[in-house]
Design a protein around this ligand. Structure first.
Ligand code: MN3
Length: 205
């Protein structure tokens, strides 16, 4: 089976220009991150899914199992970046979450500032490449901070992603060099809280 409309994943439109997140994230990083890295995950996901369908049509279970790592990595990369672009936006000085999301953050972390401190500490401490997330635990009905290695999607930890920060070096190195902490602290200026609140509203249904 060849990739068709049903099996072919697409790079989603970036909801703003490459320079829209400056000065926090440079246009150069955004262009590479979106048009090279994210596009690469989509291309490789489609290739792996196509091979998976071929293996499936031949009842070749060993080949199907062998493709699972590529599907997890590239599928996770596609899922994660598709979320990342939508939870960011131009600098909004002094912007913070409101409504039910703020109430649950205060309930589960003590205060917004305590949440921010814990999120930053755990995200900065990720060893190697990965993502820091705020996720919603549907069973316990609570917010949790989680770190994921590589491109593992947050669903692998049983959580619904609310907001996430990419701490792969490709996300910050051209601008922040080795100073991951500066990048993670700065990204709070460009969180698009209305979109994040919309994700939270859908997660708690
Ligand atoms: Mn990335």
């Amino acid at each position: 089976m060849t990739a068709d409309a049903k099996t072919s994943y697409q790079l989603p439109d970036l909801p703003y220009d490459y320079n829209a997140l400056e000065p926090v994230i440079s246009a150069e990083i955004m262009e590479l991150h979106y048009s090279k890295h994210h596009k690469g995950y989509v291309t490789n996901l489609n290739a792996a899914i196509e091979k998976y369908h071929e293996a499936e049509s031949k009842n070749d279970v060993a080949a199907m199992i062998a493709l699972q790592a590529a599907i997890k990595f590239n599928g996770g990369g596609h899922i994660n970046h598709s979320i990342f672009w939508t939870i960011l936006g131009p600098v909004q000085n002094g912007s913070h979450p409101g409504g039910e999301l703020l109430k649950m953050i205060e309930r589960d972390f003590g205060s917004f500032d305590q949440f921010k401190e814990k999120f930053n500490a755990e995200t900065i401490a990720i060893q190697g490449s990965g993502w820091g997330w705020l996720g919603y635990n549907k069973n316990l009905r609570q917010l949790e901070i989680a770190a994921c290695a590589n491109q593992d999607p947050l669903s692998t930890k049983g959580l619904v992603p609310i907001l996430g920060v990419d701490v792969w070096e490709h996300a910050y190195y051209l601008q922040y060099k080795n100073l991951r902490a500066d990048y993670v602290k700065a990204i709070w200026q460009i969180f698009h809280w209305r979109h994040i609140e919309e994700r939270f509203a859908k997660a708690i249904v």
